[in-house]
Design a binder for this molecule. Structure first.
Ligand code: FE2
Length: 651
């Protein structure tokens, strides 16, 4: 059945209305939700042709055992443990929380309750029905007071409970700490105690899992429960962003191509191989708890979208889906290697694969990124979160260390889409955090010139037993402009295999993939320092001791950058310095009047801001408190920094 865009909008509006009315702020206990949507998941809920999908948690799941290596944890837990874990975010006074349950028995209640501690008494805030397939339950509470820590628990039946703390927004902290994580190999089952213990020492304000939370492909619910058990002791008491990547939806690679169906082995024809209901279940489990989608219209076939923004402690995170809209390479490009997505022909011209009509982030997401960049409400600094890197910063791939010239399964391709996305990130002086690559790197992107773009940090694989990668230039030589005093051999300016300019700042190559302590497993810590207006990227080995400080990090880390250096264009002149009342940190936008191009829209570091420009001509400066909408100064001409005038401005 084909639904028109308008039908989808109606469906979404109706669904969200019922959700809002169901969970509107609970000053009193909410009535028990109606059971219309409840359905015990039968055998093969995704169709008879997909009996392998979620088989461990559907039908007579309690009779099933996992056959194969690396078994997931048992799905049949003592009944007082059926609430496995919970994930939440709070943005603009709305709490969204997902509770993840183990599969229930047919005769068990399918309701869970969210309770918070008020004074010394637990108070029920709302109830929710468990959604199947997938065994998740979802709470949306408006008018949430984010100024204080609130203990919560999710309960099922009389005995099952999962408890944590809904943290207050750390807006008064100078340093906002984000854990940057990805790629949690399912070939190494068991707990992640060493990582969680370290994370508790770092005490992040936000956890970001960029994808490949599980590699169980056809058994997402079992894999997701495994991930939850591994990380729940850090998840339970802080906001968390989880976004699914290719392996989470059961694919080796993912070029979502607006939701179409993929039928080619390796999926390089674009789209999804598994049914829409399976993809939507994965997205529901991993992303329902994020702030409401910015533009919730599903893509083709009814696959949902979740790209959105989240503010934590004055740092504004754009959460992207860099795989969903992207075009697949097969049948669009000449095959230049053993697979449609791998290029090994050293004679190929990277420009030949940058064809018109290829999408990276897609029109809707680019519009979101652009709007987000100009809205600084509730934020002093910005960061973009997505699955993978806007470059191919790896040379050797896989356990046999095969050298590959270019891999199209990264955001370095299509190059034009990369340039547009990075320009939008640069306009907001944002950094980019991602995962996917199984190789930790910090790069400074070049768009037209080396170093003119933003900084980006790809996290290491949490557990790197799936597919290792290395940074090792073919000539074994450092690039131009290497990082001064770095302990690493190959830093500096390079072209990746797609012709993109990158400056390698730091990497964390596996030393020995047979030894899990020297395999490059680890996690990133990113510190947003509001007073100094700097960002520090740290990279910690999985088995390090966070108490030992900087020397316990991978060699070459940490890297500290100034926020304004996310825009590295060569400065050719300065506009008048604007000075405001002492308590004001305005938002400043600079526009090239000859092209109407917005050069940047940024929050000033303090109450003075002198706009810089990158060419001659005349420029307009727009100024406001949270967006550049209050004042406009037109026809400004650049001068040298010392010669430019000072203007005292009140807004
Ligand atoms: Fe991965």
């Amino acid at each position: 059945m084909n639904k028109s865009r308008r039908d989808w909008l109606r469906t979404i509006a109706a669904a969200s209305m019922s959700l809002y009315s169901r969970f509107a702020i609970a000053k009193e206990i909410q009535p028990k939700p109606r059971d219309l949507s409840w359905k015990f998941p039968p055998e093969n809920p995704f169709g008879a042709e997909f009996p392998e999908l979620d088989s461990l948690t559907t039908g007579s799941w309690w009779k099933k055992t996992f056959a194969g290596p690396y078994p997931p944890p048992s799905m049949n837990v003592p009944r007082h443990e059926v609430v496995a874990f919970a994930l939440y975010t709070i943005d603009r006074s709305t709490l969204k929380l997902t509770a993840q349950l183990f599969p229930l028995m047919p005769d068990e209640s399918h309701h869970v309750r969210l309770e918070i501690l008020r004074g010394r008494r637990w108070q029920e805030l709302a109830q929710a029905a468990v959604v199947t397939p997938g065994w998740s339950a979802h709470f949306r509470i408006e008018n949430w007071d984010g100024t204080r820590d609130v203990p919560y628990r999710v309960r099922h039946g009389r005995r099952a409970s999962f408890a944590g703390i809904l943290r207050r927004d750390p807006i008064d902290k100078d340093e906002i700490v984000v854990a940057n994580m990805s790629c949690n190999s399912s070939r190494t089952p068991g707990l992640r105690r060493e990582i969680v213990d370290n994370l508790r020492l770092h005490d992040p304000d936000l956890l970001f899992f960029a994808g490949d939370q599980t590699y169980r492909h056809t058994e997402h619910t079992a894999g997701w429960l495994e991930f939850g058990l591994q990380f729940r002791d850090i998840l339970r008491d802080r906001p968390t962003v989880t976004i699914p990547d290719d392996h989470d939806v059961g694919q080796p690679n993912l070029w979502g191509e607006n939701g179409k169906r993929s039928s080619l082995r390796g999926n390089s024809d674009g789209g999804y191989i598994y049914p829409v209901e399976y993809v939507n279940m994965v997205q529901r489990q991993q992303t329902w708890h994020l702030p409401d989608p910015h533009d919730p219209v599903p893509v083709e076939r009814g696959i949902g979208v979740y790209f959105t923004r989240l503010r934590v402690g004055g740092v504004d995170f754009a959460i992207l889906e860099d795989r969903k809209f992207k075009t697949g390479p097969a049948q669009r490009l000449p095959q230049l290697g053993p697979r449609p997505d791998h290029i090994n022909d050293s004679a190929y011209d990277p420009r030949s694969i940058d064809k018109p009509g290829l999408d990276l982030l897609g029109t809707r997401q680019m519009k979101f990124l652009s709007d987000w960049g100009e809205d600084w409400s509730g934020s002093l600094m910005k960061a973009v979160l997505s699955q993978t890197a806007f470059c191919g910063a790896a040379h050797l791939h896989g356990p046999r260390q095969e050298r590959l010239l270019a891999d199209l399964d990264c955001n370095g391709w299509p190059q034009q889409g990369r340039a547009e996305a990075l320009k939008a990130v640069r306009r907001a002086w944002a950094v980019h955090l991602c995962g996917d690559q199984h190789l930790a790197v910090v790069v400074k992107h070049g768009i037209d010139q080396f170093g003119d773009g933003p900084y980006a940090f790809s996290s290491p694989a949490l557990v790197n037993s799936f597919y290792p990668r290395w940074w090792r230039p073919a000539d074994d030589r450092p690039g131009a402009n290497p990082v001064l005093a770095s302990t690493l051999e190959w830093t500096g300016d390079y072209h990746d295999g797609l012709g993109n300019k990158i400056s390698m700042m730091a990497y964390a190559n596996p030393a020995d993939i047979a030894d899990e302590k020297r395999r490059g497993d680890g996690y990133g810590i990113v510190r947003f320092q509001k007073r100094s207006d700097e960002v520090t990227f740290e990279c910690w080995p999985r088995f390090s001791h966070a108490t030992e400080g900087r020397s316990a990090q991978f060699s070459g880390w940490p890297i500290t950058i100034k926020r304004c250096d996310n825009d590295g264009r060569r400065v050719t002149g300065w506009l008048p310095e604007f000075v405001f009342a002492s308590e004001i940190r305005p938002v400043i936008q600079v526009i090239d009047e000859s092209t109407d191009e917005v050069l940047y829209t940024v929050r000033a570091r303090d109450n003075r801001f002198q706009p810089r420009v990158y060419s001659s001509g005349t420029f307009a400066v727009k100024i406001g408190i949270d967006a550049p909408t209050a004042l406009t100064f037109a026809g400004l001409e650049p001068r040298s920094q010392a010669a430019a005038e000072v203007r005292v401005v009140s807004i």
